[in-house]
Design a protein around this ligand. Structure first.
Ligand SMILES: [Zn+2]
Length: 181
């Protein structure tokens, strides 16, 4: 019986239920079958993982956090390497995310800024407290070594204060005049 080969399309004399023309096409057909199997099972597996994750969100989040904490250095290193190797792609991804979620991005920047600001202020405060003596000494020494500079700075400071005061005084005066007119 003459058939068309499933793989290469050539006509061939088929014995029994043969579907391919040659050993070469048989191997190709087998490769094709395996590839399809992997493909179908990858999708199935991915689906299974997704479902599992959705049903165990809390547990999984905890597990990820724990994994992260136990492998902080390793994870960071991997993330850093990934970012470096995918700089362009990441930049594009960030741009796109920003364009699609401007509100979210601004909100998270604001939050990060505030958290960071508090941390910085806190660490400055702690530093001053822990180094009160040292700081006082440092100031005294600076003053002894640079009396002119310190006096000059004080003079400038008072001058600025005076100018600011005058400015607001004039402003208030102008305001009063306008109201009286
Ligand atoms: Zn063939």
């Amino acid at each position: 019986m003459i058939k068309a080969c499933e793989i290469c399309g050539a006509a061939f004399e088929a014995r029994g239920s043969a579907k391919v023309c040659s050993d070469k096409c048989r191997r190709e057909k087998e490769r094709e079958r395996k590839r399809r199997y992997r493909e179908e099972n990858r999708e199935k597996e991915a689906k299974r993982h997704r479902r599992y994750y959705e049903e165990n969100r809390e547990k999984e989040a905890k597990r990820h956090r724990r994994h992260y904490e136990e492998n902080r250095e390793k994870v960071r290193e991997r993330q850093r390497r990934y970012r470096e190797e995918n700089r362009e792609k990441e930049a594009k991804r960030h741009r796109r995310y920003y364009e699609e979620n401007p509100e979210k991005v601004r909100e998270s920047q604001r939050r990060r800024y505030e958290e960071n600001r508090e941390k910085v202020l806190e660490s400055q405060r702690r530093y001053r407290e822990e180094n009160r003596e040292k700081e006082a000494k440092r100031h005294r020494r600076y003053y002894e070594e640079n009396p002119e500079k310190v006096r000059e700075r004080k003079r400038r400071y008072y001058e600025e204060q005076r100018l600011t005061r005058d400015f607001f005084r004039r402003l208030a005066m102008a305001d009063a005049i306008r109201k009286a007119m």
